[in-house]
Design a protein around this ligand. Structure first.
Ligand SMILES: NC(=O)C1=CN([C@@H]2O[C@H](COP(=O)(O)OP(=O)(O)OC[C@H]3O[C@@H](n4cnc5c(N)ncnc54)[C@H](O)[C@@H]3O)[C@@H](O)[C@H]2O)[C@@H](O)CC1
Ligand SMILES: Nc1ncnc2c1ncn2[C@@H]1O[C@H](COP(=O)(O)OP(=O)(O)O)[C@@H](O)[C@H]1O
Ligand SMILES: [K+]
Length: 505
């Protein structure tokens, strides 16, 4: 698990490290500068002529220290001081003075095109408003120059809190950040502006939060074993849960099949698909392992109560279609009481015009909207939602007492308390049916007893890893949702020797 911090959390952690543990600010700055220096000299950048662009905040202080380290190692380096002298922080003033004492050329009007590499130390996590005027012009010049840029901490102009471009932003080839990744490094478009992201330790760690931990986190590879449901040699299919999937309709059997397959691939003991009669043959052919309960059009609901009694967890929505009968199915599931349920796709479309169904619900609910579905659920425009995915996801989850999985290239999950931001997956997953696979994956984890928020976050992370595995096998363009479902088995065996070996190939 890695924390993803916003600017306020980072500043609090910096401040505690300095004021409570007594670590001098200049020592942290020196370590930050050394980390960037190491990155610069380790290759990848042509250091024949380096320009370090410094602002007056502590990001600029890092920049002055980097310039001095480069100068002392014999590199030709100049500093473009773009900040206001009267705004220099105490540390940055000291770093600037040291540079000048060593004879580093510090100018305010240098010709950018003469340089082979640029170090961007204009603004870091202290960026507090949109960039305008001469700063905006300078960033425009840097981006137009085509000269490779290394950004210090975060590309200048990217909000550490949201990943948004604050007016304009530096496009970096590489970004070296310190102590923790910021939310703005992970969310788009910030993630693209960072180029390659390198995280470096500088002597600040989570003790610096002094018990007030950050609100956002992401899973990483070392977490996989603890995210997977347990397997036992002494077991049978009853040991691994029963998942009920209400999905599929005429012409939409595929969604039920993909979700059902993904649920089985997580290791679930039994998956029952509750679907229209017309899908019977196709589902039996495509997923013979599934138990089927089918209903004729107009007779929905009859066998659903029994199926719900039987199940440990339920998912509803993939390919369900929208009609008054389907609304009854959704209603029966939400009113049924206590088993955890995933509401996806058409279940969300039905819900968006019947939000009263969520009032006073008793069982844990996981809702998995993509941005279009979230717009219908909340009445908030898509363009507005993308400005703050974590905030809207968190507020929706808290207000409705659900776990919200807000799907996008960086999916965000919240239970109204914590925020999870996903870092696995790839653009090969941007194709029809990927969401059905996610729905089934979460259902499988729930059926095996994983608690809802853990099942949702682990499901999203493992889904992305399955997408990464599918891309390795089929390529981003060639992979289909079925390939992601196929790869779920590989990521679910990561905790075994066989699984790790096959991933390493
Ligand atoms: N000791 C520490 O606290 C450490 C800080 N570090 C560096 O310090 C950075 C944070 O430093 P600061 O908090 O001083 O902030 P920054 O250096 O990011 O920038 C703040 C300055 O920019 C101005 N500013 C903000 N938005 C602006 C805009 N749109 N247009 C014009 N001016 C704008 C502010 O008024 C302020 O003067 C980190 O990103 C990191 O690079 C590192 O050296 C590690 C240790
Ligand atoms: N560019 C991308 N990078 C990573 N994941 C992606 C990307 N595009 C889509 N995905 C993932 O694929 C899934 C798509 O789900 P959804 O939009 O419901 O598709 P569908 O309805 O076709 O199944 C989501 O889990 C989403 O996070
Ligand atoms: K920067």
């Amino acid at each position: 698990m890695r924390y993803l911090v916003n600017s306020e959390e980072m500043k609090r952690c910096d401040g505690n490290t300095i004021n409570e543990f007594g670590m001098p600010s200049l020592v942290l700055m020196e370590r930050a500068a050394l980390a960037v220096y190491e990155e610069l000299v380790s290759g990848g950048f042509d250091l024949s002529r380096v320009l370090v662009v410094c602002g007056s905040g502590n990001n600029g202080g890092d920049g002055f220290a980097i310039a001095r380290l480069l100068h002392l190692s014999g590199k030709r380096v100049d500093v473009l001081f773009a900040g206001k002298p009267e705004s220099l922080t105490e540390e940055t003033q000291i770093q600037k003075k040291i540079c000048e004492n060593y004879g580093v050329n510090v100018g305010s009007n240098l010709n950018i095109s003469e340089y082979t590499s640029i170090v961007d130390a204009l603004f870091g996590v202290g960026l507090s408003r949109n960039i305008e005027g001469r700063y905006a012009a300078l960033i425009g010049d840097i981006n137009r120059s085509g000269i490779p840029v290394l950004s210090v901490d975060i590309p200048s102009g990217i909000s550490a809190d949201s990943g948004h471009v604050m007016g304009t932003a530096v496009k970096a080839a590489k970004t070296v950040t310190f102590a923790f990744e910021k939310i703005g490094h992970i969310l788009y478009p910030g993630s693209e502006y960072c180029g390659e992201l390198k995280l470096c330790a500088i002597g600040i760690d989570d003790r610096g939060f002094m018990g007030q931990v950050p609100g956002a986190f992401t899973w990483e590879e070392s977490d996989i074993p603890k995210l997977l449901p347990e397997r036992k040699a002494y077991s049978n299919k009853g040991t691994y849960g029963r998942g009920l999937l209400a999905a599929g309709s005429r012409d939409m059997a595929g969604a039920a099949c993909l979700a059902g397959k993904a649920a089985y691939k997580t290791g679930t003991g039994l998956v029952r698909i509750y679907s229209e009669d017309c899908n019977r043959q196709i589902l039996q052919t495509l997923l013979p392992e599934a138990v089927l309960t089918s209903y004729r059009k107009g007779e929905e609901g009859a066998a659903l109560a029994d199926a719900l009694q039987w199940a440990d967890a339920c998912a509803v929505g993939p390919g369900l279609s929208v009609s008054s009968e389907k609304l009854e199915i959704l209603q029966t599931i939400i009113r049924s009481g206590d088993i955890p349920a995933v509401l996806d796709a058409d279940a969300l479309n039905l819900l968006s015009v019947h939000m009263e169904l969520l009032e006073g619900h008793r069982q844990p609910l996981i809702l998995t909207p993509h941005i279009g579905e979230m717009a219908r659920l909340t009445g908030i425009k898509k363009e507005e939602l993308i400005l703050d995915l974590p905030g809207y996801c968190h507020d929706f989850a808290r207000k409705n007492n659900v776990v919200c999985v807000l799907k996008d290239a960086r999916t965000v999950v919240s239970d109204g308390k914590s925020i999870y931001i996903n870092t696995s997956g790839n653009d090969g997953m941007a194709a029809g049916g990927s969401g059905d696979v996610l729905c089934g994956l979460i259902l499988g984890l729930l059926a095996q007893g994983i608690p809802p928020f853990r099942a949702a976050t682990a499901g999203v992370y493992l889904h992305g890893l399955a997408g990464d595995d599918a891309r390795r096998r089929c390529g981003a363009r060639g992979m289909l949702a079925g390939d992601i479902a196929e790869s779920v088995g590989a990521v679910m065996s990561w905790d075994t020797e066989d699984g790790r070996a096959s991933q390493a190939k």
